[in-house]
Design a protein around this ligand. Sequence first.
Ligand code: SAM
Length: 277
Amino acid sequence: MIKRTYDGAQRSVLLPAMEAQGLRPNQKLGQNFLVDPNMADAIVAAAGDLSDKQVIEIGPGAGALTVRLLEKAAQVTAVELDAGLFRLLSQHVPQAQLIHEDALKIDWSAVIGNRPVAAVANLPYYITTPLLFRLLQETKADPLVLMMQKEVVGRLCASPGGKEYGALSVMVQYGAEVETVLTVPPQCFYPVPKVDSAVVRIRRRPPQTPAGDEAWFETVVHACFKQRRKTLLNNLSALLGRDKARDVLAKTGIAENSRAEQLSIAQFVSLTNASKA
Ligand code: SAM
């Protein structure tokens, strides 16, 4: 746990630090830097006690969150793709374990040690979903406190019955409690993005209704949401064939003309187990 001498969340610090390295924000890499120290504090606070944890951060940028994480965590591992920002971080935040790599390609097992792991990051929005699934499937990070587009946070937290509820909501809520902890206005960033942002906290827990085969669960959920305007019978028929789809719906007591967005996670599990048999 290390005291900070540099604060990348302050505009008056970030701009000269970037200029000194000849850097400008690269839109293609989703570079909108958090320039609000209070918001950066609140994001790190949302992760709770990190004193025994290795925190993994994706896209540390100019270190707005990294310097705060270093003060609270046992270890900080930050993966940054941009060579210029990696240079900047090496100069200003050398206490972190800095890795110059694509977070979509990194082998997490090679960088994660023996401590419990948490993930805290202001994600690059253009790859939010694949990054989220890599973190969930390839690490045991818990909690995950992640800033992303507000619209995606809405989908992650959605309940059955609404337009936002989809495969993403089901897959994540199956094994975790998911909640919005902060909404972050565009003015908190440099440059100001065109979209609204929010911070989600994901806390793992055992599935409330476990599926017998989780890979098949994922296949079934995606098939059910494949064409949202179609009935469940039609979507399931594309996966199972008409007769089997009818049979599975009858066995689980789910109406043929219902839509995927109306089903609870327990009902998706029933469909999974009944269709596997
Ligand atoms: N954490 C900083 C902050 O809060 O100000 C920067 C966040 S910015 C939204 C996203 C960061 O992710 C940028 O630093 C960008 O260079 C980095 N990035 C983009 N694609 C990446 C990838 N595939 N792997 C690792 N970092 C990536």
